[in-house]
Design a protein around this ligand. Structure first.
Ligand code: NAD
Length: 344
């Protein structure tokens, strides 16, 4: 492989552009090809990372021998086929969240990764965020003791994604708020808890805001979803996600709190991640803001992808995590549909 990794970007919306920015900031990449059905979007990626071969169809980049690695930033239902084709063609793959539209598809990606020996990394960039990494370091050092419960939410008051029209069509997206934004907080909280084995899930979803979507007749997904996940050793996670909810806009945003035997970490505060420890009998504690690392976000994600390709690191969010996350998402939707707790 030449020194710079020859990168193909498949899908040039917001996430495709973020990967181009991340690759530029991390260094060690050359944009070889960009595919999108919208020419102006291809131009935007090239304005960030340099000129490249331009294609309409993402499948053409997979056939391009002068591409070492691809970022798949396409609608959810296209992840599985393109990821498997790229792996068969000997390319390393960075895949946007959610890993796929269900666990079956995530398992297909895992099998293709195993067969090819190439890197699969999922772009859950929150694991590379400043407050999130600071929280992880504190928990890993044992400052909270075992985290036995977490509360994670991403609640939007009004924020049904428009994109190019697929987000609210279940066949193309796999679901609504939970698979779209809940999945970020699920991945984050599960990772910060040390990736415990899930045992069961109980969930409810609601679909109340079709009229606020660009195509009410086609809208068939959840706009809010609430779940309780139980893990081995009695550990638990409350997870909530909404694209739309009748709450004041100042109440929207992300929450991720991890409750341990000796302390608690609050990931999203105006001061960044904060740890609360040394609780007295009245519940008062010492609160300390946690220091984030220097390289964060998409730059850190793309540097990590490069290190994995060069054999210097193992994917932080690899094929097995993709399967585990999609199994939890599937269980959330199954529980909501049946009204029953689902065992995993
Ligand atoms: N990590 C994050 O924070 C984050 C944020 C937004 C979206 N995403 C994920 O990124 C993916 C894309 O989302 P988006 O917001 O860019 O959606 P979007 O609808 O805005 O863009 C999708 C793009 O894919 C292109 N496209 C579709 N089929 C194609 C094909 N066969 N060949 C080439 N191009 C094709 C479209 O032209 C469009 O520009 C989804 O999986 C989404 O969940 C992740």
């Amino acid at each position: 492989m030449s020194q710079a990794i020859r990168l193909g970007i498949l899908g040039a919306g917001w996430p495709g552009r973020k990967h181009a920015e991340g690759a530029k900031a991390s260094g060690g990449y050359k944009l070889a090809a960009v595919a999108d059905l919208i020419p102006a979007r291809r131009q935007e990626v090239m304005s960030i990372l340099g000129t490249a071969r331009e294609m309409d169809d993402a499948a053409d980049v997979i056939r391009d021998k002068a591409v070492d690695a691809v970022c798949i930033a396409l609608p959810n239902h296209l992840h599985v086929e393109l990821a498997c084709a790229a792996l068969r063609a000997g390319k390393h793959v960075l895949i946007e969240k959610p890993p796929a539209i269900n666990a079956r598809e995530a398992r297909r990606i895992a099998a293709a990764a195993e067969k090819s020996g190439k890197v699969v990394l999922y772009a859950f960039q929150r694991r590379f965020g400043p407050t999130e990494q600071a929280a992880n370091a504190a928990i890993a050092r044992g400052y909270t003791g075992e985290v036995y419960h977490a509360r994670a939410a991403w609640l939007r008051t009004r924020g049904i994604p428009v994109g190019t029209g697929w987000f609210f069509r279940k066949q193309q997206s796999g679901g609504g708020a939970m698979i779209d934004i809940g999945v970020h907080l699920l991945d984050l909280a599960w990772w910060l808890m040390g990736k415990p084995k899930p045992i069961s899930v109980f969930a409810a979803t609601h679909s109340k805001f079709a009229a606020a979507s660009p195509d009410p007749a086609a809208y068939d997904v959840d706009d809010s979803a609430f779940a309780l996940l139980r893990f081995e050793n009695g550990r638990s996670l409350e997870l909530a996600a909404s694209w739309a909810l009748n709450q004041p806009p100042q109440q929207q945003g992300t929450t991720c709190r991890l409750f341990g035997e000796r302390g608690c970490v609050d990931v999203y505060t105006p001061d960044g991640a904060v740890i609360h420890r040394q609780f007295n009998p009245q519940g008062q504690s010492q609160s300390t803001a946690l220091k984030p690392p220097r390289l964060v976000g998409h730059a850190a994600l793309m540097r990590h992808f490069r290190e994995c390709i060069l054999g210097k690191a193992k994917p932080l969010i690899g094929p097995a995590d993709g399967v585990a996350i999609m199994e939890m998402i599937d269980a959330i939707y199954r529980s909501a549909e049946t009204g029953k707790s689902v065992s995993l």
